[in-house]
Design a protein. Structure first.
Length: 99
């Protein structure tokens, strides 16, 4: 199952983690939506089959998210490393963050 809402035409709001219980979800693309949340909330039991994830910058750690302090990057990179280690290496392949 894939959910792709990238064009911004649909008013999609809420926390992206509300979709984490879908066990057969392989791709989730919410790039141009108003969803919020925190990428660091993803644990081993969330999104068990997810291979592709695209989130807007409004999500903490989402694609293009801007960090304001180097100190907040330490926790983020550590958690992200372990997330990618357990999941598909392509999960966050083209993501960029800003400091």
């Amino acid at each position: 199952i894939c959910i792709r809402i990238d064009n911004g035409d649909l008013p999609v709001h809420g926390d992206f983690m509300d979709l984490s219980d879908f066990p057969h979800l392989k791709a989730l693309s919410l790039k141009n939506t108003a969803v919020k949340g925190n990428l660091l909330n993803i644990d081993e039991h969330h999104f068990p089959l997810l291979e592709q994830l695209r989130l807007p910058h409004r999500v903490y750690g989402g694609g293009g998210h801007e960090f304001y302090r180097i100190a907040e990057m330490t926790d983020f990179i550590h958690k992200l490393y372990h997330l990618k280690k357990r999941r598909s290496p392509k999960l966050l392949l083209y993501w960029r963050w800003h400091l």
